[in-house]
Design a protein. Structure first.
Lengths: 231, 312
């Protein structure tokens, strides 16, 4: 404990997690971002991979060269320098969404659960700027928060076997876009024609940790045009 | 450039190397061979670097022709390989001449067999690796499993390859295990003592739905899962997570990078390759070891793979 209030825990024999508290908060998120950024800018010998999340970073290391206590010592040294690191200004990314209909099969139910019309639910979802807390689950999947309180909805009791790529979902106080057709338990309210992850694009993922996101409603016609242009 | 022609792809055959480590911040898991020990060993037999790309066959192997001939080796499980009808051994270098047909059938032992070819399989690299990532359709051969009629390219090799055989000692030491050794998981302490006892005493059946993303286990013993909220966090290869149903899932090579279920244990790195040989309906159990044991087992395995003791 102590140092910046962080806690270290072994995960596997070649990995450990550093926790910055146990709450989803912008402060914890900034610490996660700073640690990831420092370790990317100045790679530490034997550290192989990082899995950032809401308030923790999983650090994968070479277990032949390093023990957990060695990695903890290295991480403490990085964390001690974090306060001096300034994070760059956040990027704002707009994501066009065609809400409802076949693209958002759960929109009507989400609305009725909260006693509002589909149009009101759309307006609310598109009314705020979201923070990319981290990318995880599958390539390019960004965990975005926070949903307006009035839209907070539990995930589906039974996940769908296949969610189409581009689907925009909500779960709890999070929202996100499925980059690939995968199983998924989030409630689907719309779809974007924009590719979230593309091998041939610089940076690959449309979104990065720390970005700001705003969803803009588009018509089905506009969706079709944009989808054509993306291909 | 010499070629491999796919006459029959087998059940699920993909191009795999040792994966792409380091892209967790983008949500990209390393992927790579499910049984990396076999791929590495096969590569050594044909004089390749450990990480050259080979073909990973699953449960039912394919049929391949090498119009220009090739130096090859088979490693992993016994898929009853024949070359022009003549049975071929695993773990040994051999040559296929132009027009000869290498045919594999259903497995006789574990889940995966690797076909390694001198020069390696040439594939467009995605994030530095030729490994196929099925879910995203990236890497490997067009981001997918092989199909009948596919033609693969073999990379350039320098020098000459000696015919070699893997030593009995090396095979014994890397024999896939059904008793998987584990270290505690980051949420072990949140599981009740009863759940932990049950976990280590239990025998688990590998479920049909298992794949390269995760190995789903089934048991009559249902583990009670810890209450309280759990915030999604990074998850490591071999993590054993327990969702609400109380049936564990072992996260595997094409794993999700983050997850919100508590982890009761983590398979040790020296046993990762054993996971790659588990078939549906195989039975496994877990044995707890301490961190130093896990580390020395990994070290021994790495030393063996790097040494001449690998060969006869």
């Amino acid at each position: 404990m102590a140092l910046n209030g962080c806690e270290f825990r072994a995960a596997g024999d070649q990995s450990m997690i550093v926790y910055f508290g146990e709450e989803i908060s912008v402060r914890a998120h900034e610490q996660v971002r700073k640690l990831v950024r420092l370790l990317q800018d100045e790679p530490a010998a034997g550290i192989r991979n990082l899995h950032p999340a809401y308030c923790s970073v999983l650090v994968v290391f070479d277990g032949v060269r390093l023990r957990h206590e060695d990695v903890e010592a290295v991480l403490r040294e990085y964390i001690a320098r974090m306060d001096r690191l300034a994070l760059p200004e956040a990027r704002l990314v707009e994501i066009p969404v065609c809400y409802g209909g076949e693209f958002g099969p759960d929109l009507a139910e989400v609305g009725s659960l909260h006693g509002m019309t589909a149009a009101q639910a759309i307006e609310l979802h598109a009314s705020v700027e979201y923070l990319v807390y981290f990318l995880g689950f599958v390539p390019g999947f960004a965990y975005l928060g926070e949903l307006p309180e009035a839209l907070v909805t539990p995930r589906l009791a039974a996940p769908r076997r296949k969610v189409p790529a581009g689907s925009v979902g909500i779960a709890g106080s999070q929202t996100g876009v499925y980059p690939f057709a995968t199983p998924g338990g989030w409630r689907l309210i719309g779809r974007t024609p924009v590719a979230m992850f593309r091998a041939e694009r610089e940076g690959l993922s449309l979104l990065s940790i720390g970005d700001r996101v705003r969803f803009t409603p588009v018509s089905a016609e506009r969706f079709a045009e944009m989808e054509k242009a993306c291909r | 450039m010499p070629l491999i022609e796919v006459r029959e792809p087998g059940l699920f055959t993909t191009v795999q190397d040792l994966g792409r480590e380091g892209f967790g911040p983008m949500g990209v898991s390393p992927s790579g061979a499910a049984d990396a020990v076999s791929l590495r060993t096969g590569n050594r037999l044909v004089g390749n670097a450990d990480g050259a790309a080979g073909l990973e066959m699953t449960l039912l192997g394919g049929t391949f022709e090498f119009p220009d001939g090739a130096v090859v080796a088979l490693a992993g499980s016994d898929f009853g390989a024949t070359l022009d009808g003549k049975p071929m051994e695993l773990w040994v270098t051999f040559e296929t001449k132009s027009g000869q047909v290498l045919k594999m059938g259903p497995t006789r032992t574990g889940a995966r067999c690797y076909l390694c070819v001198r020069g390696g399989i040439e594939a467009k690299l995605f994030l530095g690796s030729a490994s196929t990532h099925i879910l995203s359709g990236l890497g490997g051969h067009e981001g997918r499993a092989l199909r009948k009629g596919d033609v693969l390219k073999i990379g350039a090799a320098s020098g000459s390859a000696r015919k070699r055989r893997i030593s009995a000692r090396a095979l014994k030491e890397t024999q896939p295990r059904r008793v998987l050794r584990v270290t505690p998981g980051p949420q072990s302490e949140r599981f009740s003592e009863a759940a932990q006892r049950l976990f280590y005493a239990g025998r688990y059946l590998v479920a049909e739905e298992s794949n390269r993303m995760g190995i789903r286990l089934k048991s009559e013993a249902v583990l009670d899962t810890p209450g309280g909220k759990m915030i999604s966090e990074g998850v490591s290869l071999g993590a054993i997570q327990v969702p609400e149903g109380g049936q564990p899932i072992i996260l595997f090579v094409e794993q999700q990078t983050t997850g919100g279920y508590p982890k009761i244990a983590n398979v040790i790195s020296a046993d990762f390759h054993s996971l790659g040989q588990l078939r549906p309906r195989d039975v496994v159990r877990f044995e707890r070891v301490d961190w130093e044991t896990a580390r020395s087992l990994l070290k021994e395995q790495e030393e063996l793979l790097a040494s001449e003791a690998l060969f006869e």
